[in-house]
Design a protein around this ligand. Structure first.
Ligand SMILES: [Zn+2]
Length: 79
């Protein structure tokens, strides 16, 4: 099965990503597009907590182990 899933927010292909073992997610599919409206929008809502705060955002992700249920993966913006 090489079915590709795309992000409903930016239409980019989701990337296979193996989450850290302690996250409990296993292998998931994530939208790693930094221009994704979902990601950019989430950063806006999470930010504004202080100047030395690292930038946090939520990337769109789906969990194949959970019927491809979409969820928000908290991610740190590399800035
Ligand atoms: Zn996206």
């Amino acid at each position: 099965m090489s079915e590709k899933m795309t992000c409903p927010h930016c239409q980019k292909e989701l990337t296979n990503w193996v989450a850290p073992p302690d996250s409990g997610w296993g292998e998931i599919l994530v939208c790693f597009n930094d221009q994704c409206p979902f990601y950019l929008g989430s950063a806006d809502s999470i930010l504004n907590k202080g100047e030395d705060q690292r930038s946090l955002g939520c990337r769109y992700a789906v969990d194949p182990a959970n019927k491809y249920e979409p969820f928000s993966m908290l991610a740190i913006c590399p800035k």
